[in-house]
Design a protein around this ligand. Structure first.
Ligand code: 2AM
Ligand code: CA
Ligand code: CA
Ligand code: CA
Length: 260
């Protein structure tokens, strides 16, 4: 794909993300219908679905050959990443959206032939937009993010939720070693925060491609590393574990967790 087309996709993606954000803020003034999916903590609202439909219509009208893999249904048609695929989480952090009315994001990654080329994470209530195009750096509200630099675990702020410590007690070592642990409950934001150096690592045991695709491209642009929990490459086709970090910490933490 040539640069012009990529720029065109990027410009549309940013514009649609901002429009969708405005729509969500407006909708929040009305009553929102909430239902559960796989379990009683797995929430979806009419707003999640409407935002996914909005992108579906916009993409079909402007880029009819592109495909959409979105959390609220459109993922079902996607079995591979050939061509151009928009990987969308219409609202990442739906529990926060419903309970806290903040700390949620629109997450979008555009992949061509399985390769991430555009990443967008939009913190809707903070109006904070993280963006990246492959090879062109990462930005927050237009200001370029610095490349991640060397640091020590004892000066780091890490992010994972309390439930994961129960799944792998080795994480207690990280709790002891790190300067602090935070948990925001919105994977896309947490990955963007690792890219911005606000967090130094983020771990989850259960994420889908739409949780991570946008943040992944942003993180790549500042030299961050994202793999699964065992250090293997991500596929962006299946749900699984996830581990994003400052490049220096990624290696150190994997060694620590493996006990070497
Ligand atoms: P979601 O809000 O889009 O569902 C919560 O810790 C983070 O994990 C959120 O980013 C949430 O995304 C994500 N997540 C992924 N799979 C989940 C699941 N089955 N249940 C709850 N949160 C999930
Ligand atoms: Ca969900
Ligand atoms: Ca999500
Ligand atoms: Ca979601």
């Amino acid at each position: 794909m040539n640069d012009d087309t990529l720029q065109q996709i990027y410009d549309h993606a940013v514009q649609w993300t901002r429009e969708a954000g405005k729509y969500i803020r407006e909708k929040m003034k009305e009553s929102i219908s909430v239902s559960t999916k796989a379990n009683q903590d797995d929430l979806v609202t009419d707003v999640d679905r409407a935002v996914e439909r909005f992108f579906q219509e916009k993409i079909a009208a402007s880029f009819p050959h592109h495909r959409l893999m979105g959390e609220e249904g459109s993922y079902e048609a996607i079995k591979d990443l050939t061509g151009t695929v928009w990987i969308l989480d219409p609202i990442d952090g739906t529990v926060n959206f419903v309970h806290q009315e903040r700390y949620f994001a629109i997450s979008l990654g555009v992949f061509t032939e399985g390769h991430g080329v555009i990443g967008i994470v939009y913190d809707v209530m903070n109006d904070e937009l993280f963006t990246a195009q492959e090879g062109k750096g990462a930005f927050v509200n237009g200001q370029e993010l610095a490349k991640l630099s060397e640091m020590n675990l004892n000066e780091s702020i890490l992010s994972f939720n309390a439930g994961w410590i129960l799944k792998d007690r080795k994480l207690e070592m990280l709790v002891e070693e790190a300067r602090g642990i935070r948990s925001y409950g919105a994977a896309a934001l947490e990955i963007a925060y690792v890219a911005a150096g606000r967090l130094d690592a983020y771990i989850s045991f259960h994420l889908a491609p739409w949780d991570i695709a946008g943040g992944y491209v942003i993180l790549q642009e500042v030299g961050g590393v994202a793999t699964d929990y065992s250090g293997k490459e991500l596929t962006f086709l299946h749900k699984g574990t996830f581990f994003a970090a400052n490049p220096y910490l990624h290696k150190k933490i994997l060694q620590l967790l493996r006990g070497s």
